[in-house]
Design a protein around this ligand. Structure first.
Ligand SMILES: O=S(=O)(O)c1ccc(O)c(O)c1
Ligand SMILES: [Fe+2]
Length: 337
């Protein structure tokens, strides 16, 4: 994937928010607010703007009423207002669809933004300005459900993992971990701008599709509590995978599916990646501990199901078949192959 020579990449600070199109806003409110404990920063007749207890900006998740369940866009915050225009020029030079979204014309609370369909087919927004929000870190009286602290990452399904890796390297992302074959074929990668394991990760599969949104809690007992709450309310069918310990990232996790099937990971206890010479940790695809450190199998829906994505006009995008994914090789504990 070529990197434009005379168009510097925008300086991405972090994964900032995901905007999900949902078919029943009330049912989604039950899942994301009542059960998971996201805080409602702003509610309109057709959208909810939510955030975690540690987040000081307007939102990290937007749920928008729509006739189709899909990803509206993922969004990265950039370091300066000038980086918003840099993003427009960079993606324009890549030949991608680019749309400038002035403050007030896009997502509530967000200032001037640029939305693109990136070379992998994903709708992605870059912004700098966003409304500030009240500090809730020590409002323990308001911490409920899973006690979500903040958005941590996006995981995207794409048929060409090496192309995804090259695209995000071009945006200046580091690579913390990979899953590779015996000849170093790339099956998955975790990439970062903030100094943790990832802001974005790639799962081999038909794409472009959103695999999941990863949200962080402070401690593993909150991951366990999430599973207990869903069990207590006989909503256990929303639990898809885990709780467990990841090999990659070392995080403690549980995956849930929301009423539309959007996947969310409750995730905690990964690690620091901020040194300039941070080295990528490489897992072999045949290592049964890579996805679950205790060797537990990964349910097939986790590999095969994901959310479609919309283009800049809200039209669902076609998905292309996989070039190479883990199910193409015997992967032991996953029970695939
Ligand atoms: O299942 S993996 O250990 O590969 C994994 C690691 C980190 C994640 O955020 C994830 O979703 C999945
Ligand atoms: Fe994840």
């Amino acid at each position: 994937m070529a990197v434009p020579k005379d168009c510097p990449a925008p300086d991405v600070v972090r994964s900032a928010y995901a905007q999900l199109a949902v078919t029943d806003l009330a049912a989604s409110r039950w899942f994301w607010v009542d059960m998971l404990g996201f805080h409602v920063q702003c509610e309109t007749k057709d959208a909810l703007h939510l955030r975690g207890t540690d987040e000081l900006t307007h939102h990290s998740l937007v749920l928008r009423q729509n006739d189709v369940a899909a990803l509206d866009h993922i969004s990265y915050r950039v370091r300066t207002p000038e980086d918003v225009e840099r993003a427009a020029r960079y993606f324009d030079a890549l030949g991608c669809p680019v749309r400038r979204v002035p403050a007030g014309k896009g997502t509530n609370g967000v200032g001037d933004a640029v939305r693109v369909v990136d070379p992998l087919g994903f709708p992605v927004e870059f912004f700098y300005e966003i409304e500030r929000a009240e500090r809730l870190i020590q409002r323990y009286d308001l911490h409920r459900g899973a006690q979500i602290a903040r958005l941590d990452h996006f995981n995207i399904c794409t048929p060409d993992i090496p192309a995804a890796y090259e695209h995000y390297r071009g945006l200046g992302f580091g690579c913390s971990e990979t899953i590779e074959g015996d000849e170093h074929e790339l099956y998955a990668a975790w990439m970062f701008r903030k100094q943790t394991v990832h802001d974005v990760a790639f799962t081999g599969g038909a794409g472009p599709q959103l695999h999941h949104v990863g949200v962080a809690t402070h401690e593993s007992h909150q991951v366990l509590r999430t599973a207990d709450i869903f069990g207590a309310l006989h909503a256990e069918h929303h639990i898809e995978r885990g709780p467990g310990r990841h090999g990659v990232s070392n995080a403690f996790y549980v995956y849930l599916r929301d009423p539309d099937g959007h996947r969310v990971e409750i995730y905690t206890s990964d690690y620091y990646t901020g040194d300039p010479d941070h080295e990528t940790y490489r897992w072999n695809v045949h290592d049964d501990r890579r996805r679950d450190f205790w060797g537990n199998a990964v349910i097939e829906s986790w590999y095969k199901e994901a959310s479609p994505v919309l283009d800049l006009d809200g039209v669902p995008q076609p998905i292309s078949a996989t070039i190479l994914d883990e199910s193409a090789v015997k992967v032991g504990a996953d029970g695939l192959g």
